[in-house]
Ligand binder design. Structure first.
Ligand code: ADP
Length: 446
């Protein structure tokens, strides 16, 4: 097992990884920018190293600083969390070249899945169904017009290197394809330094259902069931559930069998998530994330497993030690992402938190790095807390969520807690009857 793990991240996810390390008896090293000197992940770590000024590219994205921090503290493994360098194959390679373990998949798999065009081709070759679309990148406008007409409008122009909902534009008809194609490329070039785009049929009422998979790289591949992440704004998830209110156990088993056999053939290792759109009883693959995800706690709650611990064990070369039939699903879990944003305008609201009272009680979990007196910096992602509830049924989970949201107090900055309170009261949400477009309309008051 590792002697010391450096956590190349901040906020709630750095704490989340620290907690798993502490339970495994492994000391941790926190890294932080100058803006985060007082952050909770620094206070709770065994050691900490300042890696640069506030802008992420000079600190949390600064591979050289992070590797130096690992070297001077004698860490033998790096956990990247999510975001920042977690899906950067070059970074994973550098970590390994320095003789350290990267707690994640192989650089080759990170690279393959980081290019969505390549990821779709790889999955198609392994028998996983795709959303209909262009066969590879679409590099000129004439081709975009021709392919869009063949797929049928509306179509979605997507960045091959896309993430976080950026570089994605809808064209409703032939008049809109030029604008969509150009803006998607411009946005992709600015955000990812890669303007390759492809086309997909824009589905009108899908659900986003993703499957958590785990492989030990020694032949054992299992899945921990699905998460329904259909409640999104601007293609970004806000509320996630495990399991999906739409899916039967038989459908889950069938999807799981197909996905695990594909990943076994690929020789995949560590955690991964296959994302699908689900419409009219059909699954269609859109992308794979080669890291831990923000919404992983809902899976942990229904499976009773610590996914970060499993990531660390596998990276240390241990076997999974159990098979699919040992994994049981119990009850229902829901997660709300609480962000430092105005709940109506979604403008970021950095600033000082003057009081913080997280909810508690049976089946309630709060993953957050907030504390009273903490100043939420303006430089980073606005996620400040994840509220996760778990109960025997979805109906009970909703009652628990309503109760927990009512207890949750954050004073000093505006958060999206009031929005979550409105969602939980909505009859459509309570019925579980929603698609990826539901929340956008709900927020717009339609
Ligand atoms: P990113 O990597 O930027 O998150 P994804 O490919 O995962 O991009 O897509 C994000 C979200 O955008 C999906 O969860 C879904 O809501 C929406 N989306 C993506 N592809 C399609 C599509 N073909 N039709 C309709 N919605 C889509």
């Amino acid at each position: 097992m590792f002697q010391k793990i450096l956590i190349a991240n901040r906020g709630e996810i750095a704490l989340r990884v620290q907690r798993a390390c502490r339970e495994l008896g492994i000391p941790t090293v926190a890294v932080h920018s100058t803006a985060d000197a007082d952050a909770m992940h620094v206070r709770l770590a065994d050691e900490s190293v300042c890696i640069g000024p506030p802008p992420a590219r000079e600190s949390y994205l600064n591979a050289a600083s992070i590797l130096s921090a690992a070297t001077i503290t004698g860490a033998d493994a790096i956990h990247p969390g999510y975001g920042f360098l977690s899906e950067n194959a070059d970074f994973a390679e550098m970590v390994e070249a320095h003789g350290l373990a990267f707690i994640g998949p192989s650089p080759a798999h990170i690279r393959m899945m980081g290019d969505k065009i390549e990821a779709k081709a790889a999955m198609a070759a392994l028998g996983v169904p795709l959303v209909p679309g262009s066969d590879g990148a679409v590099s000129d406008l004439d081709a975009a017009r021709r392919i869009a007409a063949a797929i049928g409008y509306p179509v979605l122009v997507k960045a091959a290197a896309g993430g976080g909902g950026r570089g994605m534009k809808v064209a409703n008809d032939a008049d809109e394809i030029e604008e969509a194609w150009r803006t998607a490329r411009t946005e992709a070039r600015a955000a990812f330094g890669n303007d390759a785009v492809y086309l997909e049929k824009y589905l009108d009422r899908p659900r986003h259902i993703e499957l958590q998979v785990f492989a030990d790289g020694r032949g054992q591949v299992v899945h921990f069931g699905e998460r329904d992440c259909s409640l999104q704004r601007r293609h970004q998830k806000l509320v996630e559930e495990a399991g999906s209110p739409m899916l039967s156990a038989a459908e889950r088993d069938a999807l799981g069998a197909r996905a695990t056999s594909a990943l076994a053939k690929l020789g995949y290792r560590n955690a991964g998530t296959l994302e699908f759109l689900y419409q009219d009883g059909q699954f269609a693959f859109i992308e794979m994330n080669t890291r831990l995800q923000v919404e992983h706690p809902v899976t942990e709650m229904v499976c009773g497993i610590d996914l970060v611990r499993e990531q660390i064990r596998i990276a240390a070369g241990q076997e999974l030690g159990y098979g699919q039939s040992d994994i049981r699903f119990s009850g229902h879990a829901i997660e709300c992402r609480v962000t430092a944003e105005d709940p109506e305008t979604f403008m970021p609201t950095p600033g000082r938190v003057t009081a913080f009272h997280p909810p508690g009680g049976l089946g309630v979990r709060v993953d957050s790095a907030l504390y009273a007196g903490y100043r939420v910096p303006a430089h980073y992602d606005s996620l400040v807390a994840k509220l996760i509830v778990h109960a025997p049924t979805r109906e009970q989970a909703i009652a628990r969520l309503r109760r927990a949201l009512a207890e949750f107090v954050v004073v000093g900055i505006k958060t999206t807690l009031p929005l979550h309170q409105r969602i939980v009261e909505d009859a459509g949400f309570q019925r579980g009857d929603y698609t990826i477009h539901w929340l956008e309309r709900f927020v717009a008051g339609q």
